[in-house]
Design a protein. Sequence first.
Length: 499
Amino acid sequence: MFAVIHLPDFSLQAVLRHEPELWMQSVALVEGGTHPPRLCARTESAARAGVSVPMTPTQAQARCPDLIIRARSASQEASATDALIQCAYGFTPLVEQTRPGILTLDLGALAELKGAGREQLQVWAARLASALTGHQFRPRIGMGPTPNLAQHAAHWGPPIQIVEQPELFLRQLPVAALHPSSDVAALFSKWGVHTVGEMLDLGQSEVTERIGLEAFALFAAASPKATRPLRWVSLPERFEEQYPFDPPLETAEQLLFILRRWVDQFSQRLEGIGLVAGALSLRWQLEDGTTGERQLPLPHPTAQADILFRLLQTYLETLRTEAPLTGVSLGLEPARPVHHQFSLFEAVIKDPHQLQETLGRLSALLGPDRVGTPLRQDRHHPDGFFLTPPHCEQAPVPRSSNGSRLPRPLPFRRLRPASPARVETGPPPLSSLPEPPHALASPSVSGPIRFSLGPWKQSGEWWENGGWQQEEWEVETHRGITCRLTRTAGGWVVTGILD
């Protein structure tokens, strides 16, 4: 048993699946590669108003003043094809892309359809049609014992048709279903032959004598037993949607509405093929010709639409552009689901996505370079560090060993930025030693110094222009406050206090 998914007017469906409300209005699609431009598809409402293919847009709007014109988009057709194949893969991995907007599915390997009757096939086809409708497609599904019969059923029958009597079904088809040449079609019309059954009644030899070798192809296509090998396609892991704004967009409400629809469709497509989202990529074009892009990684791969949309919404709350938007595209990087087996004493962050959203808001308030986990740089400078995005999957685990038996060190509170200080030095106990500090005055600590240790001299990167050198002193004031003094080329500073 085979099934065929047919999307009539595929180029129009690829454009209007982002605006499904336009199906009830007069809409026409323009082919941009011709001069002058010509219509290549239109909705039923436009057809009732007198719009036909291949009119020019001017001729069509003269017949239908309310006609909405949309341009055909190869990128939107590619995205629609990916979504169509991914949806079909949720039902069977044996999928052939017969033509744009047409898929052929081999159902022979499906255990649930082994020996299935008409009612079971009807239920299965209804589930497939419902899944496709969820992606804003308008499918027609045909099922039959051969790929050709299933394709005829999808083209020339009701939205869901199952062929149980192949010979009778073929005889009732119009001759146009066999795709004869224009000359042969005109000849059949003169003969009064309008159905495949009427052509078969004439006999293959008699028809061959009159129209030539094309008759062999027509009678082969009308055979109920003719079959062919299918060319399987691999599962596309491309998730990308784009939408042009005409006129340009100035507010975020419509943008959020479109993004919400996209993440809902992404979520359905991911669940159908057993994948999750690892990161999002948002790109936009402005009216002044500039473009922008933002990568939004997820702390934990997920396929939940609410989490994906919340990530986009949090970023867009802080986005400000100099000109209106003329286009937007959203990409998704698929990933395999991640499963962790934690040990008994490991702590796990309850909601890593909520933490990521909070960090995003903090980045918007403070700047992206001021939020993260500090790590030491691979250099000798005592203040050398950098910020890295926090690891949101697992909380840090306190080290539990024999640490309680050891004396706990006093906490050292480093001052960032360092506090400027005015330091008075005195004579050293030995002439060979440097002068130690005797008193200091700074916003953080002040007073005479009764005890000092040092200096500890440090230097580094002398081979570069940014070379540095400094000396450090550990001092205790008369009030018992212990702090660290650092002298650099710019003077004295208090870099930390021992609490």
